[in-house]
Ligand binder design. Structure first.
Ligand code: SAH
Length: 464
């Protein structure tokens, strides 16, 4: 982020615009939304500009700006649309230490003006670092269509009522009140009774919320999927959005955590790679403590919460503590990896069952029905299998599996740094060590990528 978005208080502050024509007029119109003190420098103002300046009572000087004109200005706009005139004005602004925008000249500007959706006092500013104005305008059009025009009156009444709402305890109670107002009661009252009655409605609603009993805390155990935020369920997103506390595995990427409210409390637990993990008792204690304090807790787990996620240990602890809980499924790494290579996990005539296995259990390398897994056509997805590759290979070959059995390793499934590595059972340990996979890896035994482009990232890397 090169340009940091802020909202600048321009009330009664001097702002200088220099230019004769359409560019200056465009900036002027935008700035007329504020209560800044506007001054336009235009030696030869065009008719449209002159008309707006006169109609709005803006100060106009029919000359080029001089150094003293910029003293104390909050902002300056070089809007001549001519390089020489803009450069001259820019020097003056620089000399006076005033933040400058040169229209259509990103490099010469200190700040850029975003695309704006105006539902005063609600203002949405959209920026693309100057990279794609077309995109910014498209987003603006979308937002214009989706933000009700009633948002302005709702927010104005809401703003005045803020001190009264402090009668509700800070946190969820107050948030629920405002959500009720903005998304349910407010729009209804506005549509049926008009803006004047919003204040009454707020008062009545506040009373209702003060009288209502505090909902008890709870824990929702939610599968976050393999990493791509688009692979989350709508329910997971909704729960995350409502959470007061998010207790998440370290595997859950920032792009997903950002979907929670900024004020939510985040607690990272679990383990990364082979680093020591947070003891299960400690995780349980976090959940119970926050839920007992009345918080809505989301326990966010990578993939699906019920696959190698110690789900039962957590739900049993919650039940024992008398805390209400629910489970929301997520896309497990095996499903996402199969999708990444375009392959089917089951197939008529090839395999009618599918194993999800971990190569490790509490006692070390995990034992399985190797004879069954070694059958031709068998498919298994191995979780946490990186270090156990040689062990798994040895067991399978010993029980009669073919060395040519396809094996596909998918690292960081569904994330920007996803890698697909193809191997056979015979060369698995060697391929794995050559690939030096540092992220989480799912190993698909018995599956090869279904189409050429699935392996493209690998090939590209080889030829790079
Ligand atoms: N509950 C998770 C699994 C947790 S066990 C799920 O359903 O996916 C952790 C193991 O899952 C990792 O060692 C790795 O084998 C696998 N895994 C989880 N996320 C992954 C990802 N994005 N890419 C590759 N493997 C992943």
């Amino acid at each position: 982020m090169q340009h940091f978005p802020i909202f600048l208080d321009l009330a009664d502050r001097p702002v200088v615009i220099a230019g004769n024509g359409a560019f200056a007029l465009a900036k002027l119109k935008l700035l007329l939304k504020t209560t800044a003190r506007l001054t336009v420098f235009a030696p030869e103002p065009e008719a449209d500009l002159l008309e707006t300046v006169t109609a709005q009572g803006v100060t106009l000087h029919r000359r080029a700006a001089e150094a003293h004109d910029l003293q104390g200005a909050a902002l300056a706009y070089a809007a001549h649309g001519e390089a020489d005139a803009d450069a001259r004005f820019a020097r003056l602004a620089r000399g006076a230490g005033v933040a400058l925008n040169v229209v259509d000249n990103l490099e010469a500007s200190d700040f850029i003006t975003p695309a704006i959706v105006d539902r005063d006092p609600v203002t949405v500013a959209i920026g693309t670092e100057g990279a794609a104005p077309v995109l910014a305008r498209a987003i603006k059009t979308d937002l214009e269509a989706s933000l009700p025009t009633g948002l302005g009156p709702l927010a104005r009444a809401g703003k005045l009522f803020r001190p009264r709402a402090e009668a509700l305890p800070f946190g969820r109670a107050r948030r629920d009140f405002w959500a009720d107002y903005y998304f349910r009661t407010g729009p209804e009252v506005l549509a049926e009774a008009g803006e004047e009655l919003l204040d009454h409605a707020l008062e009545a609603l506040l009373q209702q919320h003060l009288d209502a009993e505090q909902e008890p805390g709870r824990v929702d155990l939610v599968g976050a999927g393999p990493g791509d935020p688009e692979l989350m369920t709508l329910k997971a997103r909704r729960l995350l959005d409502a959470a007061d506390v998010v207790i998440h595995d370290r595997l859950v990427p920032a792009a997903i955590l950002e979907l929670a409210r900024r004020e939510a409390e985040f607690i990272a637990v679990g383990k990364e790679g082979f680093a020591p993990s947070t003891p299960q008792d400690e995780i349980n204690a976090h959940m119970i403590r926050h839920a007992q304090a009345g918080a809505r807790v989301v326990r966010l787990k990578g993939g699906d919460a019920s696959v190698f996620g110690r789900l039962d240990e957590e739900t049993e602890a919650l039940s024992a503590a008398g805390i209400d809980w629910s489970v929301t499924p997520g896309i497990t790494a095996a499903s996402a990896a199969a999708a990444a290579i375009g392959a089917s996990l089951t197939r008529r005539g090839r395999n009618s069952d599918l194993r999800l296995l971990t190569a490790h259990d509490t006692k070390g390398f995990a034992d399985h029905d190797w004879r069954d897994l070694a059958r031709p056509g068998a498919v298994a997805a191995i979780y946490m299998g990186k270090r156990a590759a040689r062990f798994v290979q040895g067991r399978l070959l010993m029980h009669g599996a073919e060395a040519a059995t396809p094996v596909t390793l998918v690292e960081n499934v569904s994330r920007p740094d996803q890698r697909i590595v193809t191997a056979t059972l015979g060369d698995l340990p060697q391929t794995l060590s050559e690939a030096a996979l540092a992220g989480p890896v799912i190993t698909l035994i018995g599956l090869a990528p279904a189409r050429a482009q699935a392996v493209l990232p690998d090939l590209l890397e080889e030829f790079a």
